[in-house]
Design a protein around this ligand. Structure first.
Ligand SMILES: Nc1ncnc2c1ncn2[C@@H]1O[C@H](COP(=O)(O)OP(=O)(O)O)[C@@H](O)[C@H]1O
Ligand SMILES: [Mg+2]
Length: 142
């Protein structure tokens, strides 16, 4: 587990960019943390690292946003509006927990208590006051 202390939204985007550059087919970035913790900022960086142009917005209403213009397809999910694993399965989102051709990044992963993805990249984001955020993450071993 690595810990990154972010002092600004930009530093969080930069960490995301490094994660996006490292990302491999099948990886699932599992983001947990309160509203405003910086999950969507991190997704912006991951998308940038994958070479995806354009804006990233939280897919809160759509549940999933697909970005197909980068080095690998990026599937951006936001589970905020779903209560639990049952709801997630009911919404047909299970395939995104094992993306065979691309990378998933899942906001509000704490809604899921099924088995962890095979190529699991847990990321926890915590407010530490003001613009400070503590970001703890783990990447799959090669
Ligand atoms: N260190 C930081 N990292 C990320 N976001 C930050 C940071 N400091 C301030 N912010 C602000 O906090 C908000 C985070 O929003 P967002 O990424 O949408 O959160 P979430 O998706 O976790 O609800 C943004 O308005 C951003 O500008
Ligand atoms: Mg968000």
């Amino acid at each position: 587990m690595d810990t990154f202390i972010s002092h600004s939204a930009q530093e969080t985007v930069e960490l995301g960019e490094r994660l996006g550059l490292a990302a491999q087919r099948g990886w699932v970035f599992a983001l947990s943390g309160d509203l405003g913790a910086g999950k969507t900022q991190l997704v912006k960086g991951i998308a940038r690292g994958l070479g995806i142009p354009g804006r990233i917005q939280s897919p809160t209403y759509a549940l999933i946003q697909e970005h197909l213009q980068g080095r690998l397809p990026l599937y951006h999910l936001d589970l905020y509006r779903l209560r639990d694993t049952q709801d997630i399965l009911g919404a047909g989102l299970e395939p995104y927990f094992a993306p065979s051709d691309g990378v998933s990044v899942i906001e509000w992963f704490e809604r899921w208590d099924g088995p962890p993805p095979a190529l699991f990249c847990p990321v926890g984001l915590q407010h530490e006051g003001g613009d400070l955020r503590r970001i703890q993450y783990d990447l799959p071993r090669p």
